[in-house]
Design a protein around this ligand. Sequence first.
Ligand code: XMP
Length: 317
Amino acid sequence: DWDLGDWVENAVEEIRETVGQDKVICGLSGGVDSSVAAALVSKAIGDRLQCIFVDTGMMRDKEAEEVMESYRAMDLNVIHVDASERFLKALEGVTEPEKKRKVIGELFVRVFEAESSKVSDAKWLLQGTLYPDVIESGHKGKGAAVIKSHHNVGGLPDDMSLKVLEPLRDLFKDEVRALGRIIDVPEDIVSRHPFPGPGLAVRCLGDITVEKLDILRKADRIYLDEIRKAGLYNDIWQAFAVLLPVYTVGVMGDDRTYARVLALRAITSSDGMTAEWFRFPNEVLDRISTRICNEVQGVNRVVYDVTSKPPATVEWE
Ligand code: XMP
């Protein structure tokens, strides 16, 4: 059992020694890891940390604004790059999951590089790598099958001549959350569920359109609102809605409807590598389903994913 307060003091000291008078760049994603890493480094070197938040337009409803607000409250030095139009354009007509990931990953790197090259004489790239990430990449030896090409926000190609700073690489997720709390990272960031780099693009199956993203955002907001109201948010590792490219028949009043199917997923996990589907109380699922069908135009059926990982993965794409 070790003391996190001591750990922070040592880490801050070590970061100061390592970085000296250099500047550090950091890609923020709104997630726990990059935010806590940035808070820690900012504690050590203040404004010599330059953060860049690339908004891919694939985040949840109002999430980009909320995240930026939290960063301002944390006094981080952040550039907000709204690249949503570019991402939408690049994804036009792309339906294949790995292709989506590739398109997003590549464009992200381009946008991030362009932005970071404007930060003069930066020497370091800060990454929120955790211990499980270190382990996992160690296992990805030659010939290892690629299940999904994960894109980590902040991940950059090797040819950027920056040295990598990874102050969280010995920590597990729960330790990072505890660390975030003692260095005053806002609770909505500390307790936030993990969110994949490609975001809603891999939760909107088939091609991605503004109309579909809009439906997905509305449904996803209702889902998470009800989870929070039921006091279940912190019992769940991740919960999200997936918009299926499927239409089914329904009935509304006296009329036949023919509309989309929305799938709900919620899991428990300790690192995302394996997961169990979450057992909701029936009445919570009932409320969610009723609200989504009533409030989200274009959806007339809601299904719940009862598959663990393995055999399924957490995300549907
Ligand atoms: P899968 O779907 O592979 O997801 O079972 C495992 C965990 O990783 C998250 N995930 C990602 N995270 N970039 C990320 O940073 C990605 O491209 C990505 N894809 C999946 C997923 O949400 C789950 O927590």
